[in-house]
Design a protein around this ligand. Sequence first.
Ligand code: ATP
Ligand code: MG
Length: 457
Amino acid sequence: MYLLFSVLSFAVIIISINKAIDYFSFVTIEKQMMEKADLGEMSFREVLSRHEQEVDAGQMEEVARSALETLKASVKEVRIYDSSQKLLGLAVDGIVINNKTPVIFPGNIQNALKGNYAYTVSEDHLLYFAVPIQDKYYQNSYVYEFVEDVSYFYTMMDQIRYILFAGAGGFIILITLSSLFIARNTTKPIKYLLGATESFSKQQFREVHLNRKDELGMLAAGLNRMGIQLSDYIQYQKQFVSNVSHELKTPLAAIKGFSQYLYEGEDEDEELQRIYFHLVNESDRLTRLVNELLMLSRFDKAGQDGIDAEKTDLAQLAAGGAAGLRAKADSKGIELTIRQGPPAFVNVNQVLMSHAIANVLDNAIKYSGPGTRVSIETLVREQEAVVRISDQGIGISADELTRVQERFYRASNAGGAGGTGLGLSICKEIAEKFGGHLDIESQLGAGTTVYIRLPLL
Ligand SMILES: Nc1ncnc2c1ncn2[C@@H]1O[C@H](COP(=O)(O)OP(=O)(O)OP(=O)(O)O)[C@@H](O)[C@H]1O
Ligand SMILES: [Mg+2]
């Protein structure tokens, strides 16, 4: 596109230069001819004054002959006409010629008789230049026309044009080659750097290196340093969360056990009973959170094959898992539809996969109102088994859709519904651990559909 534009502008420049050359060369040649015409006119007038008697006697042929003798040497051809455009005399290559009828351009002669210089260039590059000559009464009574061969001038212009076009052609080729070279030399590393930033944004850190010393090389080195720092920082953060979770695990178990004990042992004071119940609930919630955090940190540490997997019918696993949440749906007045679909064998860890499916279904129920419908079904697509869970709940806005899969992110409309914001990030990690994906489609106020996609065995 850019190249086309530069070639086009070049073409415009060349055409204008070409026109300018034409124009200025004609101006030059006109000037030369006019000087010649002035000289001829002077000589003609001299002849007229010398032959005043013949003029008065109307012996114009005589006068013309005399004028031809004077003028014939300086140009290729001379013609003399009278006021009625009649050819009075003709001399070619310095020789006066009688009885010849040469090619005449009447427009030229008519124009000259009106008192102007006039010229025409014939196809064989002969220039016919007509000059008005006044008699003693200042009337334009004669026309002196000379013919010059200007083909040398056309040859010269052609040569100039040839040089111009050859130069421009060479220039365009050079420009094209150099811009291609520049484009290749700059866009390729920029694409490489773009790819690096994209994988950084997915938290995949890899070495970024460009073997060059210019700004792009420096940028690559800067990106590389940034990647290392980010990766270290994230690693540190994960380690920290993991350590804290571990430290919390034992005291939490104790708190949970004691509060359970207190709650069960108290059957007199209702106020105390309510407080103990609250304690049990909160310690349950904290235990769940700590367990989820520990699960995430186990994922972070485990390599690609760090987790056991076995051949599993996803359709059966999903239907079984969903049945466990029916009571929760019923209690909220939500109609839960479970469609099992044909067997779909995948390679997963059953405990983790049930956990992921239950988590997504739990969201669907949690973020939907009574009287709505939640459905779960397993489909088999090309090379893929898909668990689809859809609801008619509050939905997620488009700008938050990608963020809800981040750890601890809760969408702005989650509001009163309790939660830690870890559920979906765990589901995503579980799906990805077994070579799958988690996709979410949602419309605010209309509902959400989550797809857990796994490669078929
Ligand atoms: N089906 C859904 N409908 C509407 N919003 C949803 C749905 N599923 C998830 N969300 C939004 O995504 C956010 C993240 O979900 P996620 O399951 O990770 O966390 P959570 O449900 O808030 O807490 P928990 O860790 O207890 O699951 C939720 O806070 C909610 O705003
Ligand atoms: Mg959740």
